[in-house]
Write a protein that binds this ligand. Structure first.
Ligand code: GLU
Length: 485
């Protein structure tokens, strides 16, 4: 059987979008599953918008996700170069071939003329296809136009037939004849157009399966016409559905979480991201028919199938990603948790190179339960790093203001004063003493103590908190609470 060859072909004109990342992932999964090859091709023929920085960012984003390619601009391979801007002579050669075979022609129309024609067609309620005017030019007419200073573009003769494909996601897709008119493949400046480059590259790079976003369906029609005209065998197509935001509009920048780099910066885990991206349009099922959610990349690779990808739009649900991501964070070992949390704590000025590693590991492990991504950690650090903790709710203030609380807290302060360290067990022994001395128990005893020491009714285990924060800081916290009463 021929080798399965797929490609991810980003245009380096910005960040890697969530949709692009999903396309890359599905290509990668398909290649891995079939012992195939993933080609990375950079589509940088849009000179005005393509940048080297963007290419670098996109490649780094893919690497962060853990997606690797077998051939590409940085890897080489037998079918390079892998940057379209380095393949211009190849496109010119094929454009000449189409011209020579009468399958394309020089078009001298100016932008203004084309626009006027389109306007007229629209006014007549006709599809604004190109008129075919330059199809018929005689050699003498062409010469005359050239002498008048016009440089021609190269326009492809659209084929007049229905085109059917069997898309692996969408099933049978029919493009009825007449959907498009003759289209440009080389601009008058000699620069090739996207559809032309993609067809030639996919064919020469021996791509067997083109897996890409649904927004490319209308390009697919043009590309199939070109495949046929150039005598290339057709690949199999799979068009992935759109990704929508919660408001059902297409996920975009304005939703604030559309680029992959944003998730990386916020400290999401790549394995959570892979898991979530895989579920955008695809759902694995267990034998019992339950939908599985948390899946390792190996499991995803084992179960993934393009036939099971849903053709209706996928909705990007940040809550679901957060839910999954939180689970991944809670499964990390302590050293890794610290490694990933530390940069955010340093950035917030809470820790530095002198901070005790073992202590900080314990703190981070206490806090990780709150997290969906590591940048969130600084929202929860007060309880370990601040001694002036003001309760937020009225209910908490009321518990502090209850009769006898001042004496109780002063009693606790007395017991903690002068201690240099305290274990959870020693702390609970002190609490037992307080219980006896003050004749209070249960909530009436624990709540004021907890609120004074942590500023909240819920939160870390009290014994653990006290031992990590240390008696001296606990004393300061009690003093601050008493002052506020
Ligand atoms: N360069 C195109 C894009 O970034 C992808 C083209 C394709 O996959 O055929 O949208």
């Amino acid at each position: 059987m021929a080798t399965i060859r797929v490609r991810f072909a980003p245009s380096p004109t910005g960040h890697l979008h969530v949709g692009g990342a999903r396309t890359a992932l599905f290509n990668w999964l398909f290649a891995r599953q079939n012992n195939g090859v993933l080609v990375l091709r950079i589509e940088d023929t849009d000179l005005a918008r393509s940048t080297k920085e963007s290419e670098e960012v996109m490649l780094n984003d893919l690497k962060w996700l853990g997606l690797h390619w077998d051939e590409g601009p940085d890897k080489g391979g037998d079918f390079g170069p892998y940057r379209q801007s380095e393949r211009l002579s190849i496109y010119r050669e094929y454009a000449d071939k189409l011209l020579a075979e009468g399958k394309a022609y020089h078009c001298f129309c100016t932008d203004e003329e084309l626009e006027a024609h389109r306007e007229q067609r629209r006014a007549e309620h006709q599809t604004p296809h190109y008129s075919g005017k330059c199809r018929q030019l005689s050699d003498a007419e062409k010469e005359k136009l050239k002498r008048a200073g016009r440089t021609p573009a190269i326009r492809f003769k659209a084929s007049a037939e229905d085109i059917n494909i069997k898309d692996l996601v969408r099933g049978n897709v029919t493009f009825p004849q007449g959907m498009i008119g003759d289209f440009i493949i080389m601009r008058s400046q000699g620069y090739p157009i996207y559809n032309f480059c993609v067809t030639i590259d996919d064919a020469l790079m021996k791509i067997s399966h083109v897996i890409r976003g649904e927004e490319h369906l209308s390009n697919t029609l043009r590309q199939i016409m070109l495949y046929k005209a150039l005598g290339f065998p057709l690949p199999t197509f799979a068009h992935l559905s759109l990704i929508l935001a919660g408001d059902r509009s297409k996920l975009s920048k304005r939703h604030g979480h559309s680029s992959l780099g944003q998730f990386e910066d916020k400290g999401y885990l790549p394995e959570a991201m892979i898991n979530y991206l895989a579920l955008l349009g695809w759902a694995p099922t267990t034998l019992s028919g339950d939908v599985e959610e948390m899946l390792s990349v190996e499991e995803i690779t084992r179960q993934f199938s393009l036939e099971k990808v849903n053709k209706s739009p996928a909705v990007f649900d940040l809550d679901k990603l957060n839910f999954l991501s939180g689970h991944y964070i809670r499964r990390l070992p302590p050293e890794k948790t610290l490694e990933l949390a530390r940069p955010y704590l340093e950035q917030a000025g809470l820790v530095d190179e002198n901070t005790d590693q073992a202590w900080l590991t314990e703190v981070v492990m206490e806090l990780r339960g709150h997290l969906h991504c590591f940048s969130e950690i600084t929202q929860h650090t007060d309880v370990f790093f601040k001694n002036e903790l003001k309760p937020e709710s009225d209910a908490e203030w009321e518990m502090l203001k209850a009769p006898g609380v001042t004496d109780l807290l002063s009693g606790l302060k007395g017991k903690l004063s002068g201690l240099t360290a305290i274990s959870p067990e020693e702390f609970f022994a002190l609490i037992k003493e307080l219980k006896k001395e003050f004749g209070v128990k249960g909530k009436a005893l624990f709540m004021p103590v907890r609120i004074a020491l942590s500023g909240q009714q819920h939160g870390p285990d009290l014994g653990k908190l006290v031992s990590l924060v240390g008696p001296a800081n606990c004393v300061k916290r009690i003093e601050s609470a008493l002052q506020n009463l």
